[in-house]
Design a protein around this ligand. Structure first.
Ligand code: 5GP
Ligand code: ZN
Length: 109
């Protein structure tokens, strides 16, 4: 847990989020500024800043996040969807706690 990290605060429950799924390793919640009709984030509970910090020990966790994306997208009624991981400031990352974006269902209302 990192004290000034917004996603750690969501994991800890000190900031509310519209949660779709949670277990001991990951949480998934709707993005606060959706860029698609369905836009949610899959976030590991451990504070990992970017994909660049990941090593072989994170392989199972990263695979779990991809499989969870497919499952939750289907539960949200998406036939097809897009996944994105922004990596580093130069890669468009704003929140430095790794997360997988899932977009689908056309443009946000
Ligand atoms: P990034 O650019 O780091 O890949 O994306 C961060 C995402 O987190 C953005 O789409 C932004 O809207 C979302 N976000 C930032 N703060 C919050 C928050 O407090 N709650 C939720 N649900 N999403 C957030
Ligand atoms: Zn964090």
């Amino acid at each position: 847990m990192s004290a000034d990290c917004i996603f750690c605060k969501i994991v800890a429950g000190s900031i509310p989020a519209k949660t779709l799924y949670e277990d001991d390793e990951v949480i998934a919640f709707h993005d606060i500024r959706p860029l698609a009709r369905v836009h949610f984030l899959i976030v590991p509970k451990a504070h990992i800043e970017t994909l660049k910090e990941c090593t072989a020990e994170h392989q199972a966790l990263l695979g779990k996040m991809m499989l969870l994306a497919a499952r939750l997208a289907a539960e949200q009624g998406l036939v097809g969807y897009k996944t994105v991981v922004n990596v580093g400031r130069e890669g468009g990352q704003e929140v430095f706690h790794i997360h997988l974006h899932v977009f689908g269902g056309g443009p946000a209302a």
